[in-house]
Design a protein around this ligand. Structure first.
Ligand code: URA
Length: 188
């Protein structure tokens, strides 16, 4: 399978999807990084900066995420970063219906990239990807195995920016992730 081409086809489909745009605005933010990535980072929905540029995680929380990624030795061109909801919700936060609809396209994106580890950033990512409501605060720093895939749960960087204690937990989760990736030979 030509992953790059499959992703381009899926992006075109999402661009034509009327439901994806309902109560939302800005450019579509599909995701970026390597189509062959072993590690995929999944957020919530684009913010204003992302909707203006069409790129995921380029605002304040994105800067924090990208610096944590770099600190544990991962290179941005070797990973994939995306969010399940592809447009900026009018209310700022996606509704349950937004998340459930986004899952249809997101599952295809995940199947094409087929990463070894999926890092779930916050509760919307957990809900959209695993399809169930799981407490981030109970599960963060842990690896969940489901349907033959491995998911590492952590806090959304926007929450880390808002609450200093959560930023510490996020940093400590990334160190756990680093240890895990080293054990799996996904990092030197
Ligand atoms: N927050 C997200 O969850 N995704 C983005 O792309 C930006 C901010």
């Amino acid at each position: 399978m030509n992953k790059k081409r499959e992703l381009e086809k899926l992006a075109k489909k999402i661009e034509q999807c009327v439901l994806c745009k309902e109560h939302k605005s800005g450019k579509m933010v599909f995701g970026e990084g390597s189509p062959n990535a072993s590690i995929m980072f999944v957020g919530e929905a684009p913010g204003k900066t992302e909707a203006a540029t069409g790129r995921p995680f380029v605002g304040r929380s994105g800067k924090l995420l990208r610096s944590l990624i770099q600190q544990i030795g991962l290179k941005e061109n070797e990973i994939y970063i995306t969010s399940p909801v592809k447009y900026l919700p009018d209310s700022g936060t996606p509704t349950k219906a937004d998340i459930m609809h986004a899952k249809i396209h997101f599952d295809k994106q995940l199947a094409i990239i087929d990463p070894k580890i999926i890092v779930l950033l916050g509760s919307v990512a957990l809900q959209a990807v695993l399809g169930e409501k799981i407490s981030v605060m109970k599960k963060h720093g842990e690896m969940i195995e489901k349907n033959g895939r491995k998911y590492f749960v952590t806090i959304h960087p926007a929450a880390g920016l808002r609450f200093p204690q959560l930023k510490k937990e996020l940093e400590s989760d990334f160190l756990k992730l680093q240890g895990y990736l080293q054990k799996e030979k996904l990092l030197p």
